[in-house]
Design a protein around this ligand. Structure first.
Ligand code: A5P
Length: 228
């Protein structure tokens, strides 16, 4: 379901506001990346809660620190209490495609280190099958051509992400390959396992088997948990 950009931003704001209610003083929070996560961080800063955060990108770190949140490195924490992040697509089982903002690897590390993960989305992100968005994967720049060739042999084609004329580099100094869906990622686990087994592939934007709940803002004004 397509939404016009103004309406979509309104829904992102609604779900971000709701998500802040789950953050309690003393918690250690994982911060996602992207426009929805940025709105959540903005709301979180307004609350002036005494919390710590670990962040999935330089962008989110900067925004949180500017708003007075103490951001610590992942190595300073044992486990995060709660991670709040968004997604590019959510299927009916709660599997996700992430990485539109290029932070998928750090996002997966942060989410995997969290007792609980709340994914906040506007209803346009809900899809019957994952794939229309494409699939961002993070790749080492070393041997890029060889990695692309190997992936192509396995049937995965895509475009190396660019920022203007130059390669887009992640916070980890790696490249993002935006894969075309074949045509859908109906079995996300299988695709993830095939892709991650290839030398040079750092991480995929397929998220599954994590302690995630999906909070959705709908056009009719409801903000509620996604039901299977
Ligand atoms: C960042 O790498 C992504 O995983 C984002 O979480 C995802 O792309 C959602 O982004 P928006 O909130 O900007 O739609």
């Amino acid at each position: 379901m397509k939404l016009n950009p103004i309406e979509q931003t309104r829904l992102k704001q609604e779900v971000a506001k709701k998500a802040v209610e789950f953050v309690k003083p003393g918690m250690c929070i994982g911060l996602g990346t992207g426009s929805t996560a940025a709105l959540f961080i903005e709301e979180l800063c307004k609350r002036k809660l005494s919390i710590k955060a670990a962040s999935s990108s330089e962008r989110s770190t900067e925004a949180a620190r500017a708003g007075g949140i103490e951001v610590v490195s992942m190595d300073e924490i044992e486990q995060l209490d709660l991670t709040i992040d968004s997604a590019d697509e959510v299927d009916p089982k709660g599997n996700l495609i992430k990485g539109g903002g290029g932070a998928l690897t750090r996002e997966k590390i942060v989410a995997s280190s969290s007792k609980e993960v709340i994914i906040i989305v506007d209803e346009s992100k809900l899809v019957p099958k994952l794939g229309d968005f494409g699939l961002p994967i993070e790749i080492l720049p070393f041997g890029l051509k060889a990695t692309l060739k190997r992936l192509e042999k396995l049937g995965y084609r895509g475009h190396v992400r660019k920022k203007g004329e130059v390669l887009y580099l992640t916070d980890n100094g790696n490249v993002i390959l935006d894969l075309e869906p074949p045509p859908y990622f109906e079995n996300p686990k299988k695709h993830h396992e095939t892709l991650i087994a290839q030398p040079g592939v750092v991480e995929t934007g397929l998220f599954f088997d994590l302690p995630m709940r999906i909070l959705v803002a709908y056009e009719n004004g409801e903000v509620t948990w996604m039901k299977e």
